[in-house]
Design a protein around this ligand. Structure first.
Ligand code: GLA
Length: 388
C-alpha cells in the first residue's frame, strides 16, 4: 500500500520533499441507530478498511487534493483562505470542510498542502467513508501542524464540518467511532455526555459480515435531516409533560405513559424508535458482557424491525437483505447499519455458515432487486495512525 500511494503521489504532485502517510478507518454500527442525535447510546466499531492519505506541506497557501477513487476529477485546488463548499469540488468538500472547521475553532492553518487520498471503503455504502476522510484530515492537521488536540476533539470538529460545511445534521457517532476506534472492541458511547466504554468483541465462532446493497445514497439529499427534525418536534411535545432534555432520557415505560403528548402520529413513531432503540442498545452491551450472543442477535433483529416500521429508513433493498439473512442457518443477528435509505446491513454469522450465507442472500437479493449486493467479512480495527 505504501509504495502504491507514494508512487501515485509523486506522479500527481512531483517527487520533491518529505511525504507522510496516514490512515483512518471506516466504521460499522452494531446497534443503536438514529439515537446519537437523541442523546442516546450507540455501539459502533472502527474497521480495518478505511482511507489512506499521502501528504506534503507546500509553500504557497494552496490546498491540492487528489483521490485515487475519483481520478477523473483530477487535482482539486483551493486556497487555504476563505474555504467555501463548492458543488464542483465534489468529494474534496470533506477535507476542505475539516480544514475550514479547524480554522473556525481557532486553529491556525496558514500553510498549503498536497494530499492524495485512497479509500477502500465502498463509496456511499453507509460505512462512513466521508467521516473517515474528515477524521483523517483532522489527524493530518494535528500531526503536520503539531496541534495540541485530542482525538475526541478531532471527532467533534469533524462533526462540526459535516454539520456546517457539508450541511448534514449528523450526530457524533461516526466521527467518534473512527477517531476512537480500538481493534477487536466496540465503543459503547453515551452521546449525551460522550462518556464511553470499550467492550471486547469476542466472536470465536462467528464473523461480522457486511452486505452492501449498492443502492447509492447521499446523506445530504436523503431524509436524514427530516428524521432529526421529527424527533426534535416530538421532544418538544413531550417536554410539556416530562422534564427531559432528550429522548434518550426516557425508558420504554416512561415513553408509553407520556406519548399521548405527541400530537403528530408520525412523530410519535419516530420518538418511539429513538427511545426503544436506546434501551435495546443498553441491553445489548449487557448481553454481550454476559456472553449471551443469541440475545445480542435478537436485539439486532428487533432494531431492524423498528427502523423498518417506526423510523421508516430501510427500504426494499435493506429489507430484502435482512429478511433473507434471518432465514439463513447460522445467523445470530442481522440489521441495517448507518443512516439507512440504502447502504449496508451488518450480520453476525457462524464461521462455517458464512459462504452459504453469502451465496443464498446474494441470490435472493439479485433475483428480487435486479442487481448484485457485495459482501465483506470485516475485522474491527484501530483509530487513525501514521504509517511508518
Ligand atoms: C449517520 C450519521 C450518524 C448517525 C447514523 C444513524 O451515519 O452520520 O450520526 O445518526 O446515521 O444512526
Amino acid at each position: 500500500m505504501k509504495s502504491k500511494l507514494l508512487q501515485k503521489f509523486n506522479e500527481v504532485f512531483g517527487a520533491d520533499g518529505e511525504v507522510r502517510l496516514f490512515f483512518a478507518p471506516g466504521r460499522v454500527n452494531l446497534i443503536g441507530e438514529h439515537t446519537d442525535y437523541n442523546g442516546g447510546h450507540v455501539f459502533p466499531s472502527a474497521l480495518t478498511i478505511g482511507t489512506y492519505a499521502a501528504v506534503r506541506l507546500n509553500q504557497d497557501k494552496t490546498l491540492r487534493f487528489y483521490s485515487m477513487n475519483f481520478e477523473n476529477l483530477g487535482v482539486i485546488t483551493s486556497s487555504v483562505e476563505g474555504l467555501v463548499n463548492k458543488t464542483e469540488d465534489d468529494w474534496a468538500n470533506y477535507p476542505k470542510g475539516t480544514i475550514w472547521a479547524f480554522k473556525q475553532k481557532g486553529y491556525s492553518i496558514e500553510q498549503g498542502m498536497d494530499v492524495l487520498y485512497y479509500g477502500n471503503i465502498p463509496n456511499q455504502s453507509g460505512l462512513s467513508s466521508s467521516a473517515s476522510i474528515e477524521v483523517l484530515t483532522g489527524y493530518i492537521l494535528k500531526e503536520l501542524f503539531q496541534l495540541d488536540i485530542d482525538l475526541t476533539q478531532i471527532a467533534l470538529i469533524s462533526q462540526f464540518a459535516e454539520n456546517k460545511f457539508i450541511g448534514v445534521s449528523c450526530g457524533i457517532m461516526d466521527q467518534f467511532a473512527i477517531a476512537m476506534g480500538k481493534a477487536d472492541h466496540a465503543i459503547f458511547l453515551d452521546t449525551s455526555d460522550l462518556s464511553y466504554e470499550y467492550a471486547p468483541i469476542k466472536l470465536p465462532n462467528a464473523k461480522i459480515v457486511i452486505a452492501c446493497s449498492n443502492k447509492k445514497r447521499g446523506l445530504g439529499d436523503s431524509k436524514y435531516n427530516e428524521r432529526r427534525k421529527e424527533c426534535e418536534d416530538a421532544l418538544k411535545d413531550l417536554q410539556s409533560v416530562v422534564k427531559i432534555n432528550s429522548l434518550g432520557e426516557l425508558t420504554e415505560d416512561e415513553f408509553e405513559a407520556n406519548k399521548g403528548a405527541i400530537k403528530n402520529p408520525v412523530q410519535c413513531k419516530r420518538a418511539k424508535h429513538a427511545v426503544y432503540e436506546n434501551q435495546r442498545t443498553i441491553k445489548a452491551i449487557q448481553a454481550l458482557k454476559e456472553n449471551k450472543i443469541k440475545e445480542f442477535g435478537e436485539l439486532m433483529n428487533a432494531s431492524h424491525v423498528s427502523l423498518r416500521d417506526d423510523y421508516e429508513v430501510t427500504g426494499i433493498e435493506l429489507d430484502t437483505l435482512v429478511e433473507a439473512s434471518w432465514k439463513q442457518d447460522g445467523v445470530i443477528g442481522s440489521r441495517m447499519t448507518g443512516a439507512g435509505f440504502g447502504g449496508c446491513t451488518v450480520s453476525i454469522v457462524e464461521n462455517d455458515k458464512v459462504d452459504r450465507f453469502i451465496e443464498e442472500v446474494g441470490k435472493t437479493y439479485e433475483t428480487k432487486i435486479g442487481y448484485k449486493a457485495d459482501f465483506y467479512i470485516v475485522d474491527i480495527g484501530n483509530g487513525p495512525f501514521e504509517l511508518v
